[in-house]
Design a protein around this ligand. Structure first.
Ligand code: SF4
Length: 352
C-alpha cells in the first residue's frame, strides 16, 4: 500500500521512484508533504550552489515563428500578434546594456524564424563572445539540424534551451499540430548534449490533457536525458489560442515538480520562471524556496515586450532592464538568497 509520507522520505538526492510511485505521490501529495519536499530541495540546491541565484539576461529578438503549437501566443496561426524582429545592432545594444548591469549570460530567444540565417546567428554569437569572453551565450531558437547546432557551438554558443513540453508522445500530439514530432524534439535534445552544449529541456505543468502519470514519466525521462537545465512553468492560457478556455496550471503543482526535479537531478540549473511569477505574486520567490536557482530578467527593449507573449498577463512588461534587475534582486534577497553576476555554469562543466 503506497503512502505519501513514506515516499517523500525515500526521496533522497539522486534517488528515483518508480512511475507508479511518482504518480501516486503527485496525485495524493498534501501541502505538508509539498513543503517538506521544498525544504529538502532547497537544502540540496544549497549544498551545491549555496545561496547564489544566477541571472540570465533574456533578449527576445523575434516573435515570428513558423510553428503553430496550440498553447502559444506567438504561433504562426495567431493573426492578432503584432510581429517584430530586432536587428543585429539592436540585439548587440541589449547585450551592452546588460553587460553594464552585471549580466554574464545572455539568452537569445525567439520563435523559429527563418529570416535569420544560421550564418547571421553564428556571427552574432561570435561577436558577443569576442567582445565579452567572460560571458556565456545561450540560444533558444528551436529545432535545427545537428550541423547547424554544431556550427553555432563552434561559433562560441555555450548553452541551448529547448523545452520538450511533455515526455509523453501521445500528450505531445495533443498540444502540437501533426507537423511537429516528439521524436524529433527529443532527438534535437540528444544532439545538443552530444555536441557539448549545456542543454536545457523543460515542460509545462497543468497543460491541457496532462495527467499525474505524464508528470511521473517526466521525472523518469529527465533522469535519463540528464540535462543541465530544466525550465518548468505552469500552463497559462493564451486568449487567442485553441486552449484559451483551459484552466491555468496551479502554483502548487509547479512548485512540487520543481522540488521533485531538484531531488532527481541535484546539480541541475533550475529557473524560477516568469510564468510562475505570473500566476502568483510571490511565485518566483516560492520557486526559489522549492529548489530553483536561476532567474531570467528581460533585457529586450521595453517597446517590444508586449508583443512577445507566449501566454497572457506576463509580468515585467514595462520596466527598464535596470529596474527589472533591481526588483528581482530585492525579491531574491527577501527569501535569504542573493543574485550573483557569475556566469553560473553547470557544476563541473568547463567551457570556453
Ligand atoms: S512554442 Fe515555440 S515553436 Fe511553438 S509556436 Fe511558440 S515560439 Fe513557436
Amino acid at each position: 500500500m503506497l503512502n505519501t509520507k513514506l515516499l517523500v522520505r525515500r526521496l533522497q538526492p539522486g534517488v528515483l521512484l518508480s512511475e507508479e510511485e511518482y504518480t501516486f505521490l503527485i496525485e495524493n501529495c498534501t501541502e505538508e508533504d509539498r513543503e517538506y519536499l521544498a525544504h529538502k530541495a532547497r537544502e540540496v540546491c544549497e549544498s551545491y550552489y549555496g545561496k547564489d541565484i544566477y541571472v540570465r539576461g533574456l533578449i527576445e529578438f523575434t516573435n515570428y515563428c513558423r510553428n503553430n503549437c496550440y498553447y502559444c501566443g506567438i504561433r504562426c496561426g495567431n493573426g492578432n500578434v503584432s510581429r517584430y524582429r530586432l536587428g543585429r545592432e539592436e540585439i548587440l545594444s541589449c547585450v551592452e546594456e546588460g553587460y553594464g548591469l552585471g549580466f554574464r549570460t545572455f539568452v537569445l530567444q525567439g520563435g523559429e524564424d527563418l529570416a535569420y540565417t544560421p550564418e547571421e546567428i553564428g556571427s552574432l554569437v561570435s561577436v558577443i563572445k569576442k567582445k565579452h569572453a567572460d560571458c556565456a551565450v545561450t540560444l533558444s531558437i528551436g529545432e535545427w539540424e545537428r550541423e547547424v547546432y554544431q556550427y553555432w557551438f563552434d561559433c562560441g554558443a555555450n548553452r541551448y534551451l529547448l523545452r520538450h513540453e511533455t515526455a509523453d508522445k501521445n500528450h505531445y500530439e495533443k498540444l502540437h499540430p501533426k507537423e511537429l514530432s516528439w521524436e524529433r524534439r527529443v532527438e534535437c535534445l540528444y544532439h545538443l548534449k552530444e555536441i557539448g552544449y549545456q542543454t536545457g529541456a523543460g515542460f509545462m505543468t497543468g497543460s491541457p490533457y496532462q495527467t499525474a502519470k505524464n508528470l511521473a514519466k517526466e521525472l523518469l525521462f529527465l533522469k535519463e536525458l540528464n540535462p543541465h537545465m530544466v525550465g518548468i512553468g505552469p500552463f497559462i492560457a493564451q486568449k487567442d489560442s485553441p486552449f484559451s478556455d483551459y484552466p491555468n496550471g496551479t502554483l502548487q503543482m509547479c512548485l512540487l515538480m520543481l522540488s521533485l526535479v531538484r531531488l532527481a537531478l541535484p546539480k541541475v540549473l533550475l529557473p524560477s520562471t516568469t510564468a510562475l511569477g505570473t500566476i502568483h505574486p510571490n511565485g518566483r520567490e516560492l520557486g526559489i524556496l522549492a529548489g530553483a536557482n536561476v532567474v531570467m530578467p528581460n533585457l529586450s527593449p521595453v517597446g517590444v515586450r508586449e508583443k512577445y507573449q507566449l501566454y497572457d498577463n506576463k509580468i515585467c512588461m514595462g520596466e527598464e532592464s535596470a529596474q527589472c534587475r533591481d526588483w528581482l534582486s530585492a525579491r531574491v534577497e527577501s527569501v535569504g538568497c542573493h543574485i550573483v553576476t557569475a556566469r553560473g555554469d553547470y557544476i563541473g562543466m568547463v567551457q570556453k
